[in-house]
Ligand binder design. Structure first.
Ligand SMILES: [Zn+2]
Length: 392
């Protein structure tokens, strides 16, 4: 496939200005130097030092992070892969499986890191393919104490086990990032079209969303105490990349994720290679959840990514005992950005996330009006188990 030549110059300029802003943000975050001209901000980090190790330019190293919140003799070190390029550039962090059952991101990180020629790389990449290694081994989203690690950032060294783990990860790893992509999937029995979630009110983050190629972008400030939100609050531009469903590795979803991350790296000037898109523009969506009003077994009529019209049948919920059938119609025209897999549902269950295409400013405005949309597919589950409201 060849790239569209339409708007190439405009795009190049936009991406360049994004790189400058991102690097400026990175420079400010790490207080590298006092107020320096842009050319100085584009200088390489002279050294990459992480977890007590110096990573020389032009090398790739596997390090290990341990949170300190485990029985010492049983501590499971979490692999951290660092690629330090020879050229100047930002430190891009890729984190996956902060929810231990979300596997697609693990494969995205592996493929992105495997594909980079560190001799040619500008800047550095810190990859943590499996942040929640305990959840990963047990095939669950949660930490061993059933807490959701992604609701405890930036953490607290004297708090609960989850906040200690979050604090260790945030200070040891995340504080070194110039920009961060946190890879996720939908929650159990739900699936998401590949999509970037970002706080478009933050200019450096909004610019970052322009560089993932033809990817759906949703505006959200991020769950309270999520890694993404804690990072942006610490001045590190960060987005969540959602794709597919948990407990599986889905080749098409992974392929989209790899392509999107590689497109961002190219936009940042980190790599020379370019993954071509038919249409490289991001698509901004405002979205609305459609909930079911009757319990039963859900049978969907639509597929993920499908375009639907207002009034179109989305699916049917059938009560297996009374045989009552409840039809779910789309309240608006749009695209199915996320949906529940066929399963048993209770009244109030959020079954379809329908997005309507809009502009970046439109998506921000719309979001502010629709406060009833769940922040994330799985937030409700967290609230249901009663753990997420526990005071720190
Ligand atoms: Zn997740």
């Amino acid at each position: 496939m060849r790239p569209s030549s339409r708007g190439t110059a405009r795009r190049a300029f936009r991406l360049l200005s994004f790189a400058v802003i991102l690097l400026a943000a990175s420079s400010a975050t790490h207080a590298q130097t006092n107020a320096a001209p842009q050319t100085a901000e584009l200088k390489p980090k002279s050294r990459v030092r992480l977890l007590g190790q110096e990573i020389p330019p032009g090398t790739r190293q596997r390090l290990h992070w341990t949170s300190g919140a485990a029985i010492e003799g049983f501590a499971t070190p979490t692999p951290v892969i660092v690629l330090n390029g020879r050229g100047p550039g930002p430190v891009l962090c890729l984190t996956a499986a902060i929810h231990g059952d979300e596997l697609n991101g693990i494969e995205v990180v592996r493929r992105v890191l495997d594909d980079v020629d560190v001799e040619e790389l500008n800047g550095a990449i810190i990859g943590v393919p499996i942040v929640n290694i305990h959840g990963f081994y047990r095939g669950t989203r949660y930490l061993p104490d059933r807490r959701d690690l992604n609701r405890h950032f930036p953490g607290n060294p004297r708090g609960s086990a989850a906040t200690r783990i979050a604090h260790s990860f945030f200070t040891e790893i995340v504080s070194h990032c110039s920009a961060l992509i946190d890879l996720h999937t939908g929650s159990l029995n739900r699936t998401n079209l590949p999509q970037v979630r970002a706080n478009l009110n933050i200019p450096s983050v909004a610019r970052m969303t322009q560089a993932f190629g033809a990817t759906v972008v949703l505006h959200s400030i991020g769950d309270r105490k999520s890694l993404r939100r804690a990072a942006t609050e610490a001045g590190i531009p960060a987005v969540t990349f959602e794709m597919g469903e948990p407990m599986r590795v889905q080749p098409e979803q992974v392929e989209h994720g790899v392509k999107a991350v590689q497109t961002l790296m190219y936009a940042l000037g980190m790599t020379r290679q370019r993954r071509y898109w038919g249409d490289p523009e991001p698509v901004y969506y405002a979205s609305k959840w459609v909930r079911v009003d009757q319990g039963g077994i859900l049978f969907s009529d639509v597929a993920l990514g499908e375009y639907v019209s207002e009034g179109e049948l989305l699916g049917v919920v059938i009560d297996p005992i009374s045989n009552n059938q409840y039809r779910i119609y789309s309240p608006l025209s749009g695209r199915v950005l996320g949906m529940a897999l066929n399963q048993v549902v209770l009244p109030g269950f959020a079954a379809y996330r329908i997005g309507t295409q809009t502009s970046p400013s439109g998506v921000v405005k719309n979001r502010e009006q629709e406060t009833s949309i769940p922040e994330d597919d799985y937030e409700e589950e967290g609230l249901e188990d009663g753990l997420e409201d526990e005071p720190e």
